[in-house]
Design a protein around this ligand. Sequence first.
Ligand SMILES: [Zn+2]
Length: 184
Amino acid sequence: MRDNSYKSIRNGAIASLIAGIILLIVPTLREMTVAFLSWIWSGIVWLWEALVSSYSISGWLLIIIAVLALMSLSRIFLSFKKGTEINSYETYIEDFLFGTKWRWRWGINEIINLWCFCPRCDAELVYDDSSCRRFSYESETKFICENCSRTVVTSIPGGNKDYALSAVGREIRRRIRTNEINKS
Ligand SMILES: [Zn+2]
């Protein structure tokens, strides 16, 4: 009998302790739940506003931005591809054309410092396009080696020095296009 009453007193004490703890915790839990739910709700509201109120504008903007981004990406890809193609012929800097040796360098997509050299002594040739300045049936530019007793090494018909240089440039570009530079 004493044991039973002791047990009931102990149980009652434990029960009231648990109840007290629950009563202490519940308001805090409720506050936390309310704060959490309101945070979630504000997130939902923000998302809803973003989707509904400005979707028609931001959606189109997104599409335009995506298209522009794709265009610039493809342009970058193409220019990169083109750049590697240029590199493949950038090592092509001399050849035997129009009866003599020509050397040049590559600028941005263009031939620069193009000039001819003697095939025998490698001296720089001098030009004579005086035939273009007087009335003559056939205008030409002669390229002469001063080092080899002023021998006319080659002669390019059709015009003055500028014409001859542009003809050589055209021939260089033709050989690149037809891939002749890699065949020889
Ligand atoms: Zn020479």
